[in-house]
Design a protein around this ligand. Structure first.
Ligand code: PMP
Length: 427
């Protein structure tokens, strides 16, 4: 009798998990592949949700982490300083700009908590503008910011006060032109300022420069530039959540670079250390310098091993990995666009770099989550791991490790095409 699988054991051990893409129990990862407990190999186009940007067990990152482990595993950033902590801060700030400082923590949600605490503390204003279809985490405060599914809030009433939700451009859904869509969203923001909270009462606006869980939605450049202007006019801090978009995912090290808009605050996590738990909140020096010492902190933030891995990640990105993501992402997107030409059920292929989404609809043009779930299932049977996203769960996201090569994209495209075509036959 074979023993229980990792999945079967998990049912006894953990609370229920929503929308798990697979029931795979994995035992090994290398580059763009993972192996399950039966020895079967899969192409991983989910990257642990955009985490292993440098590939599973990237040898350079692992080597740097091991070297650090041999020297020091824990430092405690409230007590002492250590070199990998300083080195990673220097790398990130060296890239973002010398007028910024950084604070390390352990998860994306925690970095966002830090961002809104800093914004409230420094501006002494109560209000926060978040955006519809956003995802910022699931701690109590970040659950308030997250506006992509009411289930995240059920029975957690009494969340943060003074949070208002603005529209995020999604022209393919509203059917408006890009210009009209931006105007619609800005008019709704004006309404919030008129009806609900004066802009001078708003501490910050927080948004993903490209929405992730909400459906891989890329806003027009003019939208982010208009928000920058509005923030400047009213002394509102502009915070970008780059937890999913950061570290080369969009073909640039940070997504803000695509829009020529610099945020006052930026949050980072996921791919920052290629799988080691680490996150960061970067903010303008003038803001960080006003944060009263000791009003925010944590025990494990900026772990030495995670920071050493982070330094290695940054070296790889600057050494050409982000450019590779841009180039191969273009190759991948073209292939997906030609598949779209053949199937009216693919409403849109969109994205930047290797952050690509394909939105599916039924014959009547309505979001088709069942079709997407079927495609994912078939792809998995054929050895390709894919995730969905979107408020209607009708978008497939393609987020392979950035080290992915053309032949792996070709292999994934073959599996994906077959999975789409077989799913449409029975749908
Ligand atoms: N922000 C964004 C944009 C995210 O995609 C996520 C995770 N999906 C988070 C925040 C939360 O990060 P974590 O799960 O590390 O708390």
């Amino acid at each position: 009798m074979p023993g229980k699988s990792l999945y079967e054991k998990s049912l006894d051990l953990f609370p229920p998990v929503a929308n798990r893409a697979t029931h795979l129990g994995i035992v090994k990862g290398e580059g763009a592949y993972v192996w399950d407990e039966t020895g079967r190999k899969y192409l991983d186009f989910a990257s642990g949700v955009a985490v292993v940007n440098c590939g599973h067990n990237n040898p350079f990152v692992v080597k740097k982490a091991k070297e650090q482990m041999d020297k020091l595993v824990h430092g405690g950033h409230n007590v002492v300083y250590y070199s990998s902590y300083i080195e990673l801060a220097e790398k990130i700030l060296g890239y973002v700009g010398s007028d910024y400082k950084i604070y390390f923590s352990n998860s994306g949600a925690e970095a966002n908590e830090a961002a809104i605490k800093l914004a409230k503390q420094v501006t002494r204003r109560p209000g926060i503008i978040s955006f519809k279809h956003s995802f910022h985490g699931r701690t109590l405060a970040t659950t308030t910011l997250t506006a992509s599914n009411a289930k995240y809030r059920r029975n957690y009433e009494g969340l943060l006060p003074s949070v208002y939700y603005a529209e995020y451009p999604y022209a393919i859904r509203t059917g408006l032109s890009e210009e009209q869509e931006v105007a619609r969203c800005l008019a709704q923001l004006d309404e919030i300022f008129h009806d609900l909270i004066e802009p001078e009462q708003v501490a910050c606006m927080i948004l993903e420069p490209v929405q992730g869980e909400g459906g891989y939605i890329v806003p027009p450049k003019s939208f982010l530039q208009a928000l920058r202007k509005i923030c400047d006019e009213h002394g509102i801090l502009l915070a970008f959540d780059e937890v999913q978009t950061g570290f080369g995912r969009t073909g640039k090290i940070f997504a803000y670079e695509h829009f020529d808009v610099k945020p006052d605050i930026m949050t980072l996590a996921k791919a920052i250390a290629n799988g080691f738990p680490l996150s960061a909140m970067v903010a303008r020096r003038s803001l960080m310098d006003q944060w009263p010492a000791g009003t925010h902190g944590g025990t494990f933030g900026g772990n030495p091993v995670a920071c050493a891995a982070g330094v290695a990640v940054f070296d790889l990105l600057e050494g050409g990995l982000a450019d590779h993501a841009a180039e191969i992402g273009g190759y991948f997107k073209k292939k997906l666009e030609s598949l779209k030409e053949k199937h009216s059920e693919i409403l849109e292929v969109r994205g930047l770099g290797l952050m690509i989404g394909a939105e599916f609809v039924d014959k009547q043009g309505r979001p088709d989550a069942a079709l997407v779930a079927n495609i994912q299932k078939k792809a998995l049977e054929k050895g390709l791991i894919l995730l969905n996203c979107g408020v209607s769960k009708n978008v497939i996201r393609f987020i392979p490790p950035l080290i992915v090569e053309e032949d792996q994209i070709d292999q994934a495209m073959t599996i994906f095409t077959e999975s789409v075509e077989e799913s449409l036959l029975v749908h």
